[in-house]
Design a protein around this ligand. Structure first.
Ligand SMILES: Nc1ncnc2c1ncn2[C@@H]1O[C@H](COP(=O)(O)OP(=O)(O)OP(=O)(O)O)[C@@H](O)[C@H]1O
Length: 875
């Protein structure tokens, strides 16, 4: 890279770059950040900026590109989004006063998990960096959102639980010890997931002793007892490594990290990542947005902190009935006090992102506008606390005095102008009247011209020399110039400085004083203003914990009030929480589907699941009848209840569930390059291997991706296995088109058959959407195909085939001479010979198509495609 003969500046660059080999180095030169060598090539490609070359006499051509320093944030943002890391290397002294080469150093490294810039953050989600470490059998996990100060750790022996937890935290960056990255299961996870930045650190950085010391230093405590993690060696190892990484990248002590929260994985309901997707908890399967998801329904929060907490609650539903009921009490209270709640929610809207503002200010990155936003948010608290007096639940009480925060708001109000520019150092930040000396400096620099004109006028009158002028040049500064012809009239206190051909130049004491003040006033003003601003910001920084505490309180209030709002607007009920395994829902609805359907009214359903006779429910019914909807609504209601929310039902008893497993249509996995059947079986294996007696299992068709008899056999065996799992069985809802499974009811005590009723009328079916006892033996697939727009000839032909299959005949005998010659296929493989390949493709497309979840345009396109396929079948 470097040539033997490099300039001092290049040497400086190279020595800094050596310390940041895997990071793009933004090297400040005047008004630009420049990049060189491979960094320049990469940045010019990724940022689409021109690649030039630096070619000084004594240097070989060096690839180079640059971005203006004022626009750097935008460029850095783009690089971070692409998963790169950027080291910002600034000039550490004023180039004007530098003797020789300007000192430069890295002031901060921006990485995907170390972001504080608003424009790079989604206000409703956390931005985590997560570290994993191992200590003997134990695996430790620590996660940190530096933009909010959220810092948590946990431990487990189970590698699968670590993976689940990583997925749940969804970090933007992962920090691993070098020795762990090649181990299963980490190598598989990080190999596949190219979107996630992985940073490696030497194993010794994760050692318990070193890490513990770092945490004690960070929190300024003598032990970690108070945080509940003194003995969690692996967890502390991970947390300490994170602190180390923070100090390496931020190049400062992060004072707003004052504590860490220790949590235990077995205190929360686990919904694995695949099930989260299947149930569309926070991302819509079609386009990844929140629309049409459970989060979209329940997140009616009005603050950014509330939004983040709601997303957190959704991923961490509780297992402790007492804690759930505490939340429920608050929701019930807020429902009962509708007027107060409405006013409360209105006043919450005025609170800005206190959590992130506080952290930003603490890290020395907050500008005057951030201070004003903080002030306005604190001012808004008064109205919020007044509203909270109308509520009685303990969760709405805040026992800490907010007097110190009000003082802060007053200080900011007195000191900081609301119309301050976003850039510190451009002036205009400090209010008039806050600091006398600053006011005077501002007056001088603004009034300087007027003062000079006044002086000129005064001196002219005084001396009687009308041609006297007050002037300025760089060599002498301010002076009075008098034509030589009038030099006789000059008063004694004028001191001569220079004689020109036609004029004499003088200075006076007044002018000297003025000069001393004015010449530097602008400069002094800028530095004094900065000093005052930093002083105010430091005072705010000292109150960081108070800001963080109130921010967290507001977040909780916002979430609880949102639960109440959603419950009241949608007619939800307070679920009764139990621990005896009984789930008893009356008139239950699907929270999302009930909002989405417009053509028909949502039909509520009763469902009972327990560990006695209703443990495994086999649900049959025609396509499109509503099987998946019932299954999902049970899972969603369980999650909602354990979040502390009310649920869409007339009455609901919900038993605490430790894990929810789902196995539903595998459409979404096709893009990952796995076969539908393979994915289906992997998901099923995960369920049978990990479910406990307290789990809830949702199986929406199993075995559909293989031949009928194989599929049926697997489905049957899985149902049997779950019925007897761990000796007690597990609550399971099993929707299936294999009507043979209804025979299980007779053989097993705890299996019950249900079906979703339809009415047949003139060859048409009418969906009643009611879950009723008993099995069915018909799928009505052909009728549904007609509803979907399959052309009449195909429907007729399908009916014929069905009739023949049901009569035990081979369907192609009368249709193709070639097929007739073939021997009749052995029983068990009848499906393979059932259709021509085009027909089979058609049926497969039909099976995979779930019109109900498509947008109208997608559905139309899919139907068109089906019609084209259908037309190419020759009859
Ligand atoms: N209880 C209900 N009330 C009103 N509409 C409903 C109800 N349940 C389902 N639906 C409507 O029927 C559509 C199909 O439901 P769902 O996907 O649950 O059927 P399914 O029986 O699982 O079908 P398939 O067997 O083809 O997968 C839903 O998208 C919704 O529009």
């Amino acid at each position: 890279m470097a040539t033997a003969k490099t300039t001092p500046m290049m040497q400086q660059y190279l020595s800094i770059k050596e310390r940041y080999p895997d990071v793009l180095l933004f090297y400040r030169m005047g008004d630009f950040y420049e990049m060189f060598f491979e960094d320049a090539q990469l940045a010019s490609r990724e940022l689409e900026i021109t690649l030039t070359s630096r070619n000084k006499k004594d240097e070989a051509a060096i690839p180079m590109c640059g971005v203006p320093h004022r626009a750097a944030r935008g460029y850095i943002a783009r690089l971070i989004e692409k998963g790169y890391k950027v080291a910002i290397c600034d000039q550490m002294e004023d180039p004007k006063s530098a003797k020789g080469l300007v000192k430069r150093d890295v002031v901060r490294v921006v990485t995907p998990g170390m972001i504080i810039e608003d424009e790079l953050l989604d206000e409703k989600s956390n931005n985590y960096i997560l570290a994993v470490s191992r200590c003997r059998q134990m695996l430790g996990l620590a996660s940190l959102d530096i933009s909010t100060g959220t810092f948590r750790l946990t431990e487990t022996k189970n590698p699968a639980a670590v993976i689940d937890e990583i997925m749940r935290v969804a970090p933007k960056e992962i920090l691993l010890p070098e020795s762990l990255v090649s181990d299963e299961p980490f190598c598989t996870i990080f190999g596949q997931d190219s979107n996630r930045a992985v940073s490696l650190m030497e194993d010794r950085m994760f050692a318990f002793d070193v890490s513990r010391r770092r945490l004690l230093e960070q929190f300024d405590t003598l032990s970690l007892e108070g945080f509940g993690c003194e003995s969690l060696k692996a967890g502390v190892g991970a947390a300490g490594a994170l602190i180390q990484y923070v100090s390496e990248t931020q190049r400062q002590k992060i004072e707003h990290l004052q504590s860490i929260q220790t949590y235990s994985l077995d205190r929360f309901l686990v919904v694995d990542d695949q099930s989260c997707r299947n149930l569309e908890l926070s991302a819509n399967l079609r386009n990844g947005t929140r629309q049409g998801t459970l989060l979209g329904i329940v997140d009616q929060t009005v603050t950014a902190m509330g939004g983040r907490l709601m997303a957190h609650w959704l991923r961490y539903p509780l297992l402790d009935p007492v804690r759930i009921e505490e939340r429920q009490d608050a929701v019930a209270d807020a429902i009962a006090q509708m007027q107060t709640r409405k006013q409360l929610r209105e006043s919450l809207k005025a609170v800005r992102d206190l959590e992130r503002l506080g952290s930003k200010i603490s890290m020395g990155h907050g500008n005057a506008r951030d201070l004003t936003a903080l002030k306005q948010s604190i001012q808004a608290l008064t109205a919020i606390f007044v509203n909270l007096e109308g509520l009685t639940a303990p969760f709405f009480r805040y026992d800490t005095d907010i007097g110190v925060l009000n003082e802060l708001a007053d200080l900011i109000d007195r000191a900081i102008r609301e119309d301050a520019p976003p850039v510190i150092g451009e002036g205009g930040m400090i209010r008039k009247g806050y600091h006398e000396e600053l006011d005077e400096l501002i007056r001088i620099s603004r009034d300087g011209k007027g003062w000079l004109a006044e002086l000129e006028e005064k001196e002219r009158n005084h001396t009687g020399i009308n041609t006297l002028k007050v002037r300025f040049n760089k060599v002498f500064g301010y002076f009075i110039e008098v034509p030589r012809s009038h030099s006789e009239a000059v008063p004694d206190h004028y001191v001569r400085k220079q004689t020109l051909v036609n004029a004499e130049r003088y200075i006076t004491d007044d002018l000297k004083q003025f000069e001393a003040r004015v010449l530097n006033a602008e400069e002094q003003r800028a530095s004094l203003e900065q000093e005052i601003f930093l002083d105010v910001r430091d005072k705010v920084k000292k109150r960081h914990t108070d800001i963080q505490d109130v921010a967290r309180f507001i977040a909780r209030v916002d979430c609880l009030a949102a639960f109440a709002e959603v419950a009241q607007n949608n007619d939800y009920c307070r679920p009764q929480i139990n621990t005896d395994g009984t789930l008893d829902i009356r008139e239950g609805r699907h929270p999302v589907v009930e909002k989405l359907i417009t053509a028909e009214r949502f039909v509520p359903n009763a469902i009972v699941l327990d560990n006695r006779e209703n443990q495994v429910l086999i649900i049959t019914g025609p396509n499109m009848a509503g099987k998946s909807t019932v299954l999902r609504q049970v899972a969603l209601m369980t999650i909602m209840a354990q979040m502390g929310a009310f649920v869409p039902a007339e009455r609901a008893g919900i038993s605490i569930t430790d894990r929810i497993f789902t196995r539903v249509g595998a459409l979404d996995n096709l893009s990952a390059g796995q076969s539908t059947f393979m994915v289906e079986m992997q998901e099923t294996a995960n369920i049978v291997n990990n479910a406990t007696a307290d789990s809830l299992i949702i199986l929406d068709e199993i075995g559909r991706g293989t031949s009928t008899y194989d599929g049926l056999s697997i489905a049957w065996a899985v149902a049997e296995y779950l019925h007897d799992l761990n000796g007690t069985g597990t609550r399971t809802l099993f929707a299936t088109h294999y009507h043979e499974l209804t025979e299980l009811e007779e053989q097993f005590d705890r299996v019950k058959n249900y079906n979703i009723a339809v009415k047949e009328w003139n060859e048409e079916i009418i969906f009643l959407r009611k879950l009723v006892k008993g099995g069915t033996n018909r799928s009505y697939g052909i009728q549904v195909a007609r509803l979907a727009g399959i052309p009449e000839p195909v429907v007729r032909r399908a009916k014929k085939i069905l009739a023949r299959v049901e009569a035990g005949e081979h369907p192609r005998v009368d249709n193709s001479a070639a097929a007739a010659k073939k021997t009749k296929p052995a029983k068990g493989h009848v499906q393979l010979g059932l259709f021509s390949s085009m027909e089979r493709k058609l049926v497969e497309s039909l099976q995979l198509m779930d019109v109900s979840r498509m947008t109208p345009i997608d559905a139309l396109n899919a139907l068109n495609e089906l019609q084209i396929k259908a037309q190419s079948i020759v009859y």
